[in-house]
Design a protein. Structure first.
Length: 242
């Protein structure tokens, strides 16, 4: 995808471990409908993307993806009626391909319900959208002159992972890891998420040719870890999951 000077920058979580599920039941809500609603809405948007002709799909990424030079008002918004700051959120609902979508939604499905449980429905929705915006701003801060539209939910999902690591570092997560062969392993969440975060830091500082927004991931994790301290229910302890 791409049009003129705008080249699409794909954003994916690129997991070292593939999470399968966690042993961490919800305690304060009956059903995480906001989390499932976000998964459903994001998936619906992608289905629409797949139906559109390639040119219109490109336009969708340019108009609603996060373009740093547009957010900074260096270049005009492609859609004159759209406020420059709206793509700080809308970019998180667009994806490049099925693998991009499914990897993000898998992480959100496994970890998002517990974060919604700890925050409550309304605060969780606010948390998700603000995490997406702060992840996008982190990307913009590092690449202020970029004209490529950033798309994908992984900045927001990284915020969910940051919150989960603060709330439930000792919860057991069953992951699929490659140790010669693919092996299912039960690991404390902090191990899995810690290795994932260290990988993001390594590639961000070492440089990578992969079309992945490493700094958006890092910004999302930090944003989520801080926001959850402000938004969580008082009765939910930190550093739990044992």
């Amino acid at each position: 995808m791409g049009s003129g000077p705008f080249q699409q920058l794909e954003q994916g979580l690129t997991p070292i471990f593939l999470p399968l599920h966690d042993s961490n039941p919800v305690r304060h809500i009956r059903f995480p409908y906001v989390n499932y609603g976000l998964i459903g809405l994001t998936s619906l948007v992608f289905i629409v993307q797949t139906i559109l002709p390639a040119r219109l799909n490109d336009d969708l990424a340019i108009n609603f993806g996060l373009i740093p030079v547009v957010v900074r008002d260096v270049f005009p918004q492609p859609l004159p009626w759209l406020p420059d700051q709206v793509p700080l959120v809308t970019y998180a609902f667009l994806h490049a391909d099925w693998l991009h979508l499914l990897s993000n939604m898998l992480f959100l499905f496994i970890f998002g319900d517990n974060v919604e449980d700890a925050l409550g429905h309304v605060k969780y929705l606010l948390f998700y959208l603000v995490s997406a915006a702060l992840a996008a701003l982190a990307h913009t801060l590092i690449f202020p002159d970029s004209m490529g539209p950033l798309i994908g939910a992984s900045g927001a999902v990284a915020g969910v992972l940051g919150a989960y690591a603060v709330l439930y570092p000792f919860a057991r997560v069953f992951v699929l890891a490659r140790i010669v062969w693919l092996v299912p392993l039960p690991l404390p969440a902090i191990w899995m998420l810690g290795v994932w975060f260290a990988t993001q830091l390594f590639y961000a500082f070492a440089g990578s040719n992969e079309p992945v927004a490493w700094w958006a991931h890092i910004g999302g994790v930090v944003a989520g870890a801080v926001l959850v301290l402000l938004l969580k229910r008082r009765e939910v302890p930190l550093f739990g999951g044992r």
